[in-house]
Design a protein. Sequence first.
Length: 576
Amino acid sequence: MAPSIYIDEDVGRDDSTATGAETAPYKTLVHALVNHEPTTEGIQYLTRKSQTDAAGENVDPAAKLEWKPATKSAMKKATNLFEQRKKKAAKEHELAIREKAEADKRQAVLEEAKKIVIKEDTSLAKPVRIRLDNTDPAVVSLRTPESDAPGTRVRVLGRVHRMRAQKDYVFITLADGYGYMQCILTGDMVKSFDIMTLTLETSMAIHGEMRAVPPKQHAPNDRELHADFFTVIGKAAGDKEAITTRVAPDADPQTLYDNRHLVLRGETSSSVMKVRSACLRAFRKAFEKNRMVEVTPPAMVQTQVEGGSTLFGFDYYGENAYLTQSSQLYLETCLPALGDVYCVCPSFRAEKSLTRRHLSEYTHIEAELDFITFTDLLDHIEDVICNVIDFTLAEPEIAAYVQKLNPDFKRPSRPFRRMKYSDAIQWLIEHDIPNEEGKPHQFGDDIAEAAERRMTDIINTPIFLTHFPAEIKAFYMLKDPEDRRVTESVDVLMPGVGEIVGGSMRMDNWDELMNAYKHEGMDPSPYYWYTDQRKYGTSPHGGYGLGLERFLAWLCARYTVRDCSLYPRFTGRCTP
């Protein structure tokens, strides 16, 4: 008698507890076929629904529950699914066998590779240690195809940035933070265990002869090192921990910020950081050109500059203190003693803003100038910005980075467009760009970031936006003597970024400054050292602050200022 296999679609189970017996039925016909494949003896597959009928309605528990042979259509459907599973399982089994064979073969090759020992030929010239960007012909000569003269034998150290293997060659591009170099390995080196298991970011020392790249071939600086010896200094993780897995190109932004230390190794991020360094050199050079003195104001303060709502507070030996929002007030006190001054220091803002142009900590380049007019201030800012661009792009390596990062960059033409706040309000109205409430702009509005950036992008040229209403600007800003509603203030707006500079003339009259404290509801006593500047030989003076990260976002065409900071700090992010 043919055996019977039971399938209960309601209470059956497709796991190890089911056997196909009436007391332990399967849940699906397919699972029954998997465990009891049809044979010539003719297995009978009996099915039922013990709790619901064909329409899905609950049945009377007291009703007689009958087992019935599976229908032809159900058997056909289940058999097709069963055959598909068999074919898939067979392919997986075949693949597993093939992969095991390949793994065994590779393991055997690796075991043989371990026997290969790479030794340096002591008869060769002693190598000259060079950085990867060294192209000085007095130090490094190249063997050329048309000459038999040997190239300089060098020793280079770096990390594997790229690699590719051919049958008898391995091409490795090393990086050392200064440049890149293509190295070619052949012979036993290619068959060695270290090269066969080489991973990206592994640190190495490679010795060999410098040669010119063959015609129609390309490599960094049009040269390559033909290796005769190498050593591995530090192996980098591979497989699931490989750097390409940790910081995959399509990784979400938070993963990239978590692994910023690895992202910085990429060509784009490292290029931005090098441009940043060049810009800092250029700013200092521009200030020195104007005979300005660099100072270093404190970062821990007990006064505010830009409003109390954006202060980071902390306990300072039992007293309330804050991280500075700006060094401006301290710079003003330096004018009588040092003349025009500047600083390059971090500033901190506690505003919970997640826009692409805000950071909680940023590099603030600030300057104060004595005995000037508002026109002098604008001319100075324009001159500094243009000089910084000129000095930065005067370095060929940095100019190449900027060209790669921002192919469309053009030096701003002078003079910059100068637009009063009231004219900007009218421009926004005429171009149907509403305020934050969705209404037409009106005098007194604090022009929002989106509207400001849209205006700047449409005009598509640097803009000096001047004469903002006193009510929306800081307490210390000097009012325009011709229109007391507005201040002698300026924001420098750049296409693609928006505001990168904010500045103004400062109140130089004692009584006017005291009235400003009163208007803002501020106690003037903690500011005595600042107010004293109006008491001991006051003078017309002004200054500005420039956000380095915003300047870089404009210069390098970065979408967010976070890409222009070594380790960006913004709302919710203070690691790594």
